[in-house]
Design a protein around this ligand. Structure first.
Ligand code: FAD
Ligand code: UDP
Length: 381
């Protein structure tokens, strides 16, 4: 490729979708770079032991309620329907998470479980979802008893492990991702579309980026490209504070150490993921076979050990949604605003937002439609 009209930093969902849109809809040339040695961002997968498709950066399960996002991605992949199930180890019992009426029946004596279920149904309605922090505010003694129990057994220690913060120190949307569900639906997600890319995420990304106007360079940091193409517009999907050289201080992120291991057994876990809110240093274990539907004589699993993010030592996987980080982000958003028309920020790290894959994809599509599709190419002589 000669001089690219666009540089996209990051080959994850955000960067790949934007590159595809710009290349196919504006007919302009795009150079996508990533400092890692592969495309796909955190959704990257590859064939591991026993030929099992594994996710290098932790288990990624696709789910969305957006037909638009589903239809868009379906142009680049077939899907394998998959409903993710999680059990938590609570009071010595493996029981469904999110906490629901089946969890209640597993953990309490029958009469008590029936009574508490009825209170939940009467108060909120069957099929409703209630965030744990909201239920803890209830006046009813029975509901507060239940809320305190679920808080202590499911949320408190898991959240301290994951974030080094208590649930109430985080934005309420974090614990609300896994609300108490007044139903007997044991699935982790209830989205309309739930599936895994049939050939994996990396294969899907190959197809998204397979356009003649797109060039991809992996193992390439933005620092090595910055300034090489002064007329190119830039979309930056890395950490926004890093782009501005931490001018207003470093934003905090949470990282994870992954321990991938194999077992010489066909099946290890009863469901895709087991959460350990109260024991061990890891939060959860996932067995990939459940996600891929593959059969093999052995199995590959991954444990997640949350840890502080240390630049240069590990990866900034999670922005940390709190009031303090929202304030710390504002001056960077202001700086980003000043570059508009030339540089755009998007994605989990570029927006500093706790996006799921579909949200990263949706953010990219919206950014393209609302702003980038209006961006004119640089004047040529
Ligand atoms: P990323 O995937 O992080 O891509 C950004 C890319 O930019 C990276 O590849 C990085 O190397 C590159 N980059 C950064 N800075 C530079 C630089 N200076 N120069 C060059 N390259 C740079 N979502 C779900 O929907 N379902 C799940 O089950 C799920 N599970 C998850 C589990 C874990 C452990 C984690 C961490 C996330 C999970 N997610 C899940 C979220 C999902 O990973 C994100 O929504 C998605 O990857 C965001 O895409 P992105 O392109 O914004 O960011
Ligand atoms: N959470 C918890 N216990 C659980 C599951 C989740 O306390 O068994 C809380 C915890 O704070 C976690 C958040 O809910 O970080 C969001 O969970 P999710 O499974 O969505 O996290 P992710 O898959 O993004 O790591």
């Amino acid at each position: 490729m000669s001089t690219p009209q666009w540089i996209i930093v990051g080959a994850g969902f955000t960067g790949a979708v934007l590159a595809e849109r710009i290349a196919s809809q504006l007919g302009q040339s795009v150079l996508v770079i990533d400092r890692r040695d592969h495309i796909g961002g955190n959704a990257y997968d590859y064939k591991g032991p026993y030929g099992i498709l594994v996710h290098k950066y932790g288990p990624h399960i696709f789910h969305t309620n957006s037909k638009k996002i589903w239809d868009y991605l379906s142009r680049f992949t077939e899907w394998r329907p998959y409903f993710h199930h999680v059990v938590g180890h609570v009071d010595g019992c493996y029981t469904p998470i999110p906490f629901n009426l089946n969890t209640l029946a597993d953990l309490f004596p029958r009469q008590m479980a029936d009574q508490l279920s009825q209170v939940l149904i009467d108060t909120y309605g069957y099929g409703k979802k209630v965030p744990i922090l909201k239920m803890r505010e209830e006046a009813s003694e029975q509901l507060r008893f239940l809320a305190d129990y679920v808080y202590q057994k499911v949320f408190e220690n898991y959240t301290i492990k994951q974030w080094s913060l208590r649930p109430e120190q985080l934005d309420p949307s974090v614990s609300a991702r896994v609300p108490i569900h007044i139903s007997r639906d044991n699935r982790y997600f209830q989205d309309i579309y739930q599936a895994m890319p049939a050939d994996g995420y990396s294969a899907m990304f190959e197809r998204i980026l397979a356009h003649e106007n797109i060039a991809v360079e992996t193992s390439t940091d933005f620092d090595s490209v910055r300034g090489l193409y002064p007329d190119a517009k830039v979309v930056f999907t890395g950490p926004i504070d890093e782009y501005f050289d931490f001018a207003h201080g470093a934003l905090p992120y949470r990282s994870i150490r992954f321990r991938m291991f194999e077992r010489d057994e066909a099946h290890v876990l009863p469901v895709g993921t087991v959460n350990y809110p109260n024991e061990f240093d890891f939060t959860r274990i996932t067995e990939f076979k459940h996600l891929t539907g593959q059969s093999a004589p052995g199995s590959v699993l991954i444990e997640e050990y949350p840890e502080a993010y240390v630049p240069g030592r590990n990866e900034p996987y999670y922005p940390i949604p709190t009031d303090d980080t929202a304030s710390a982000l504002r001056p960077y958003q202001q700086m980003a605003q000043e570059l508009r028309g030339k540089v755009w920020f998007a994605g989990r790290l570029g927006d500093y937002a706790y996006y799921n894959m579909d949200q990263a994809c949706g953010r990219a599509l919206a950014l393209f439609e609302k702003q980038l599709s209006q961006a004119r190419p640089p004047e040529t002589a």
